[in-house]
Design a protein around this ligand. Structure first.
Ligand SMILES: [Zn+2]
Length: 431
């Protein structure tokens, strides 16, 4: 194994990738034109079949795996995943590229066709262009170019396209990990080509805790509110406590994790939603509300926590405030319900996949790779927790701030550069 593929091999791989420029563009456009919207989970089988055709023609052995019974899986919208494996000429390690094939809703504000895959001045536009069909296409071109330049490689290359990352990954990577696809005895290195940008290596992500807090009240006529007890006023007291005590506390907590953007190096809390009192009227209802005191109010908290924090303490900060109100505020009562939690994860900066990718970035771009951590989670959580695979990073073309936006795009040059980085990683790890 060489940490430094020779200049001749670098030139050969570079030529292979440059010769595939039109193919890279067409592949990205084809992927964008398959509208794999999630929810509800459209065209999953179609995109898996498309990739299976392409990769089996390149000598990959392809498995289509339906996450039967996973959340979201139904006969109308089955959760299909594709895993392709191409073994080399001798024993060695396996490098796996994992991309999610689902995209989020289109939303408003587009000036281009969201599923047109339009190419304009070196950018390909469309929903999923950067998050992350551009990364998927770049990894395929990387693998094909490497195989052409280095047909006698050792070990194995795997490429997967998985469902539902945008809705938690339970019908995708989590399911595959449970079935053993990411066991460390079959996969030794994982790159997830999420759009972190071509000179950055993403080591992991912060933690997440979502919870619903409900305050309780007593319904009464709105003209005599003193006969009831307003759950909305109680929730107001909760929000004031959060504002006065919790936000200043969170702002002081800083992580040593290199999270980008910088603002996410503190603990953060988003109040996702608030619902209380009379429900919103049905569309078309033209009447007035009925005068009632709210007997129930709920908020959903989206708390992102740091690797230095303990989830039990994170929860105790909130329940501490609520218990304080119960002791001090007449009539106050609450319920809290956990909705979702993910622990922070961070691959060691000296892990083999990090070192190899950093060396390749330096070689291709002539600058030192930046190590970053994502503010939000992605499928690495399942590869780490369920698959027990610690040698995993996110690395791929595209700009994270364009993800989920109107007029999302990915740059062709960025895809080519990151494909070259990925191919050099293969050259480093599989020879
Ligand atoms: Zn993504």
């Amino acid at each position: 194994m060489s940490a430094n593929p020779s200049s001749r091999l670098l030139a050969e791989i570079n030529a292979q990738i440059a010769g595939r420029r039109a193919d890279l563009i067409a592949l990205t456009q084809d992927l964008i034109r398959i509208p794999t919207l999630n929810p509800p989970g459209r065209c999953y089988r179609e995109i898996c079949d498309y990739l299976a055709d392409r990769l089996s023609a390149q000598g990959f052995v392809v498995a289509l795996v339906r996450a039967e019974g996973a959340p979201g899986d139904s006969e109308a919208h089955p959760r299909w995943n594709m895993v392709a494996r191409r073994a080399g000429s001798g024993p060695g390690e396996c490098v796996h590229f994992n991309s999610h094939h689902d995209v989020v809703e289109v939303g408003h504000g587009w000036t281009r066709d969201p599923f047109g895959g339009e190419l304009h001045e070196g950018r390909i536009y469309g929903r999923g262009a950067c998050d992350m069909k551009g990364g998927l296409a770049a990894s395929i071109i990387a693998a094909e170019s490497f195989i052409a330049a280095c047909p006698d490689y050792r070990g194995a290359i795997e490429i997967s396209a998985t469902a539902d990352e945008e809705s938690g990954g339970y019908g995708g990577v989590a399911y595959l990990a449970e079935q053993g696809w990411f066991d460390p005895d079959r996969v030794q290195h994982v790159i997830i080509p999420e759009p972190l940008h071509k000179d950055r290596i993403c080591l992991g992500h912060r933690g997440v805790w979502w919870a619903e807090v409900e305050t309780k009240g007593r319904i009464a006529h709105g003209s005599m509110p003193f006969l009831g007890d307003s759950a909305i006023r109680h929730m107001g007291a909760v929000l004031e406590e959060i504002e006065r005590k919790l936000y200043p506390l969170l702002a002081q907590k800083r992580t040593a994790m290199p999270v980008v953007p910088e603002g996410a190096r503190a603990s953060t809390l988003n109040i996702n939603s608030i619902h209380g009192g009379e429900p919103e009227p049905e569309p078309g209802y033209t009447g007035l509300p009925a005068p009632c005191v709210a007997d129930r109010c709920r908020i959903i908290l989206d708390r992102r926590f740091l690797i230095e924090e303990d989830l039990t303490e994170v929860k105790a900060e909130v329940t501490g405030l609520l218990d304080g109100l119960r002791a001090s505020r007449p009539g106050f009562d609450y319920a809290i319900r956990d909705l979702f939690e993910v622990k922070p994860t961070q691959t060691a900066p000296d892990a083999p996949i990090v070192r190899s990718t950093a060396a390749a970035i330096e070689r291709v771009l002539g600058r030192v790779a930046e190590h970053v951590v994502s503010p939000g989670t992605y499928d690495q959580k399942h590869i780490d927790r369920i698959g027990r695979m610690k040698n995993c990073i996110a690395y791929g073309p595209g700009l994270l701030h364009l993800a989920h936006q109107p007029d999302e795009w990915v740059g062709v040059q960025d895809m080519e550069d990151s494909a070259l980085v990925m191919a050099l990683v293969l050259a480093d790890l599989l020879r």
